[in-house]
Design a protein around this ligand. Structure first.
Ligand SMILES: [Zn+2]
Length: 213
């Protein structure tokens, strides 16, 4: 089974991908990781990737497709979750052609739909204990005693800069720009399905599992 999982940063895509890897024996193929791994391997393709990256250019579609093809060959028939590619219709078409050449196809494209305002509120409310790392939330999960960590009693908490509303909005906009072009393509192929990414983590997992059945 071969899957693309789409979701904005902060929607819990990483958690869901990990669960899919465990439950279905899939391997996550994330664009950045693949580029780094191939580059480090010193293969001919890795040297090509290195030359492109060192020159400051973006890795072109043909190289990216070759990279994904090479990773798929190493999976020994196991399925994959593709992350970070494709982002344009020509990339999606090239991916389909490459997979077809191997006798493979994409089975599901799953979009974790989120409400931007709700996501902003969810992320902006997060804070973490400086000492033990316990995580809390302004509305969903406050410490039992205000301002005191339940776990270690520390009174120092930190909020991630990434979780600030302005930062979340920028990442959300980038995500929307990257996914908007490919959604109609996969909808047209009838493999796009949408789950409610605002539900709690376990519920999202159940929705995804229903799609994959
Ligand atoms: Zn603590």
């Amino acid at each position: 089974m071969n899957v693309i999982l789409l979701g904005p940063p902060g929607a819990g895509k990483g958690t869901q991908a990990k669960r899919l890897e465990e439950k279905y024996g899939l391997t996550q193929l994330a664009t950045g990781d693949m580029l780094r791994a191939e580059r480090a391997s010193g293969s001919a393709l890795g040297k090509q990737v290195q030359a492109i990256m060192d020159s400051g250019r973006l890795v072109d579609d043909a190289t990216m497709i070759a990279l994904i093809a090479s990773r798929i060959d190493k999976l020994g028939g196991k399925g994959f979750i593709l992350d970070g590619f494709p982002r344009t219709v020509p990339q999606a078409e090239a991916l389909d052609a490459m997979l077809a050449h191997k006798g493979l196809k994409l089975d599901h494209v799953i979009e974790m739909a989120v409400d931007e305002a709700a996501l902003v509120a969810r992320l902006a409310g997060r804070f973490t204990c400086v000492k033990c790392g316990a995580s809390y939330h302004d509305t969903n999960h406050r410490p039992k005693v205000d301002g005191v960590c339940d776990v270690c009693g520390t009174r120092d908490f930190v909020r991630r800069a990434d979780d600030r509303p302005e930062a979340v909005k920028i990442r959300f906009e980038a995500y929307r720009k990257q996914t908007a072009p490919i959604l109609p393509y996969y909808r047209g192929k009838k493999i796009l399905e949408t789950v409610d990414g605002m539900a709690d983590i376990d519920d999202v997992t159940r929705q995804i599992e229903t799609v994959l059945k």
